[in-house]
Design a protein around this ligand. Structure first.
Ligand code: KIV
Length: 263
């Protein structure tokens, strides 16, 4: 039986860590859930790791629908979250709903939307009409040009306070999960302590309710230098399945992320 948002909320309430990985196709969907991955994120990172773009900006709603359908066909148990690609959530709440509905029809159980307080109206519009939303805070890759690069966010008291207020406002608007990318571990811990919904970290320290990484990164497939928050689980593993199982075990035990993977 497929996991639900209630399953994940119960895990968070019991202190059981949530293991999430990105996934873009049926074969990986089967392998990842067989190794115990709780949540498959059909991330718009596919624009970079599958399509070879420099950013996630060129990814279309058609791309996301196609890859969602592939992942759904390959899995039976994992909860499925799908990114709303650039340009589909930044307009009116009504237009956002229409795009999100396409992802839900393809098999998404929740959509992920980048942005803070400016997304409150949209998050409320969707969640009050039956579409669960995961809010994405911190380093939001669709805003890479506005941010001036892929940099750690939420540094300093003012930025940290704003992120905490954003998270609380999004939860109040109905967000059922908050993902935080590339922020100081202490800030992620504070947000996690103040929220009632699960938090997921990527470069956000060990105190989040769960962790996510790009699946290609944990398999050692990345161009150039490994990012600080990434751990290559192929090191010491004899198969992809074993590498994934080791990632899941370290997320569940709290061994990942270590201090060396955090900011
Ligand atoms: O698109 C993606 O893969 C993501 C993760 C990096 C969180 O949003």
């Amino acid at each position: 039986m497929r996991k639900t948002l209630t399953t994940l909320q119960t895990m968070r309430n019991k202190g059981e860590k949530i293991a999430m990985l990105t996934c873009y196709d049926a074969s990986f969907a089967t392998l990842l859930e067989t190794q115990g991955v709780d949540v498959l994120l059909v991330g718009d990172s596919l624009g970079m790791v599958l399509q070879g773009h420099e950013t996630t900006l060129p990814v279309t709603i058609e791309d996301m629908v196609y890859h969602t359908e592939c992942v759904v066909r390959g899995s039976e148990q994992a909860f499925i979250i799908v990114d709303m690609p650039f340009g589909t959530s930044q307009a009116s709440p009504r237009e956002t709903f229409a795009y999100a509905a396409q992802l839900m029809a393809a098999g998404a159980q929740m959509v992920k939307i980048e942005g803070g307080t400016e997304m409150v109206e949209t998050v409320h519009f969707l969640t009050s009409r039956g579409i669960p939303v995961c809010s994405h805070l911190g380093l939001t890759p669709q805003s890479v040009h506005q941010l001036g690069g892929y940099k750690v966010q939420g540094k300093g008291d003012v930025a940290a306070q704003k992120m905490l207020q954003d998270a609380l406002a999004l939860q109040q608007a109905g967000a059922g999960m908050v993902l935080m990318e590339a922020i100081p571990a202490a800030l992620a811990a504070e947000v996690t302590a103040q929220l009632g919904v699960p938090t997921i970290g990527i470069g956000a320290g060990a105190d989040c309710s769960g962790q996510v990484l790009v699946v290609y990164d944990i398999l050692g497939i990345y161009p150039g230098k490994k990012a600080r928050f990434v751990k290559d689980y192929m090191q010491g593993a004899t198969s992809i399945a074993q590498a994934v199982a080791n990632y899941v075990a370290e997320v569940k035990s709290g061994a990942f992320p270590a201090v060396e993977n955090s900011f």
